[in-house]
Design a protein around this ligand. Sequence first.
Ligand code: IPM
Ligand code: MN
Length: 372
Amino acid sequence: MKLKIALLPGDGIGPEVLTQAKKCLQAVEEAFNHSFHYTEAVVGAIAIDKTGDPLPEDTLKLCKNSDAVLFGAIGAPKYDNDPTAKVRPEQGLLRLRSELGLFSNIRPVKVFPTLIEKSPLRKEIISGTDFTIYRELTGGIYFGEKTLNEAGTVASDLCEYSEMEISRIAHMAFKAAKSRRNKLTLVDKANVLESSRLWRKVVTKIGESYPEVALDFLFVDNAAMQLILNPAQFDVILTENMFGDILSDEGSVIGGSIGLLPSASIGTENAMFEPIHGSYPQAKGLDIANPIAAILSAAMLLDHFGLDEEARAVVSAVNKSLKKNIVTPDLDAKSKYGTNHVGNFIADHIMDSEDHLNINDENIGLGKSTII
Ligand code: IPM
Ligand code: MN
């Protein structure tokens, strides 16, 4: 298969982890005889430094003309510590999501059996965790009208959703539940928010066309608690933009490190894949960042294009690195291995054909057909 892939390394550790993800895709090309074409472009703080714009026109054009975007991370301390900054790196990512129409953000959370002791939660609690969050990504409070009065003393952010915005992601989430364990939990705040009540109404109606899927509802405050009390109860979680942002960070600690979790952002025309971790500027250039989330994001990219065996080969090589404890220091403080070494190990083992079949031994990775 031929694919045009836009590489957007971004800021902080983004370039380091994306280098490893690209290395793994190149190993897949070689092992499976594909031809991927990569073009790099700037986004985020580095793009502001170069052009004044966190999403330069050239970058956007490249993404629109590519089959997929592989994204690193964005954000820099000089902006985080300056609430008055008019131009911010995050605006680049938000505009990209919006311009590419990436309304559905898919974040699988699984417990890696070899890492079960590393989670801050007890083994008995997290064992068996395997859920996927479907986070609406181009609407809600992130994109509603923002105001600040002249005196700078009163501010507001509007949370608005239309039936269309809810129903397109709801269908994806129901289909995902159908291919998994037939359970869908809508997380909202319908006891307080009008927008949440619309979510309930629309999702309940759509649920009638998926009779095999058991639909339940949780208020977001309760969901935050349930994720820690009993994460294994969830299969597919469907939720709006900001609740999904918060719950997915919470979910990420279940597995032991935020450095493990990939994500896919899917629209009708475009698709983008990115680790859910941020730019981790303290680690920039130190060769300590965990490349696994970025590498698993590349596996989600392969999965998206129907390259299942290729995706499994990547996941299987990741399993091997975890099993052999070829990991970065976030997973083992005594580890002497860095980002590059872990990336090399995984890329090298993508070629091991006998591993491709051996996918269940660790049971980690992408979840089953999370992408439609
Ligand atoms: C994420 C990030 C972004 C978000 C930021 C960087 C704008 O936290 O992808 O979860 O809030 O969506
Ligand atoms: Mn987030």
